[in-house]
Ligand binder design. Structure first.
Ligand SMILES: NC(=O)c1ccc[n+]([C@@H]2O[C@H](COP(=O)([O-])OP(=O)(O)OC[C@H]3O[C@@H](n4cnc5c(N)ncnc54)[C@H](OP(=O)(O)O)[C@@H]3O)[C@@H](O)[C@H]2O)c1
Length: 272
């Protein structure tokens, strides 16, 4: 059976992307940790759209998780025609204040597992001369973000990695796109511990940033539109596109400094 595989599909943007693909009659294979949520979502997608929907529960912050997911899919004889690497976790605040394990787990989830999934499923697609890979980055991928250093850099990696392999995969007729959402109202801030002053300092408060805030459904609609246009780099929403373009014009060191100053001012930072 041909499937669209979406990681991080148990909620937020991933769940909205699952609905968008199901609406187009794609059979789905969802991956995340919370099997209860995934099971409920699969039932909903089956009844709402009359598609096949299955799930694999996996923690992609574990180093061998991507390979295990790949092996499970091979054993079940599912064929991944579209892969959406959406699972990711944020973080913020002064670098060095979270545990080293938290930093490393974030890199494993946001970068290493995404690279592994891309290689494993990408190689199959290359042989078949068909397939689509969508990697979810962020608007923060366009500049260094002080006080969000690891997360921002992980998304910058996703962006440049994806842009590069999009060109490498072209001769194999495998389409690769990096999609960059801006601030979206999901569980992201809560999962990243950014509902506090750190989130405020970074300008990520859902209440205070209403003008740029998108819903996961809006983001999924933009993603499908970008996919239809065969884009390689796409940004969700005109305001985020403008912001990304502006970030590209300014010196990156200036942006990092401005972000640091704004953060320190907002949280009333005093050197220890
Ligand atoms: N929300 C925003 O403002 C925003 C902006 C730009 C980019 N993004 C990016 O968009 C993507 C989706 O984020 P979201 O806003 O939808 O966040 P979310 O609501 O927190 O959803 C994250 C998804 O990833 C899954 N996930 C988290 N840790 C995982 C792990 N270790 N292994 C497997 N799955 C895991 C979660 O499911 P389980 O908990 O069940 O594992 C959930 O389904 C992320 O890559 C994020 O960086 C978000």
């Amino acid at each position: 059976m041909k499937v669209t595989l979406i990681t991080g599909a148990s909620g937020g943007i991933g769940e909205a992307i699952a609905h968008a693909f199901a609406k187009r009659k794609n059979n789905l294979l969802l991956v995340a940790r919370n099997s209860e949520k995934l099971n409920l979502l699969c039932k909903k997608l089956r009844s709402e759209y009359a598609v096949e929907a299955n799930f694999i529960s996996a923690d992609l912050s574990h180093s061998n998780a991507a390979e295990e997911v790949f092996e499970t899919i091979l054993a079940r004889k599912w064929e991944v025609e579209t892969l959406v690497n959406n699972a990711g976790i944020g973080s913020g605040g002064e670098f060095g204040t979270r545990t080293l394990k938290e930093e490393m787990d974030q890199i494993q989830l946001n970068i290493s597992s995404l690279v592994a999934m891309t290689q494993l499923f990408g190689n199959e697609m290359k042989v078949k001369r068909a397939g689509t890979i969508i990697n979810i980055a962020s608007v923060v991928a366009f500049a260094p973000v002080a006080y969000m250093a690891n997360y921002g850099a992980s998304k910058a990696f996703v962006k440049t990695f994806t842009q590069a392999i999009a060109q490498e995969y072209k001769p194999y007729r495998v389409h690769v796109m990096v999609f960059c959402p801006g601030l979206t109202k999901t569980n992201f801030n809560a999962a990243a511990g950014l509902e506090s002053e750190a989130g405020d300092g970074l300008g990520l408060s859902y209440e205070k940033a209403q003008k740029i805030l998108q819903t996961p459904e809006e983001v999924a609609t933009e993603l499908m539109r970008a996919l239809d246009k065969k884009k390689i780099v796409a940004i969700s929403g005109s305001k985020n596109s403008f912001a990304a373009r502006l970030l590209g014009l300014l010196p990156s060191q200036w942006i990092a400094k401005a972000a640091a100053n704004r953060y320190r001012k907002k949280v009333g930072w005093i050197s220890k």
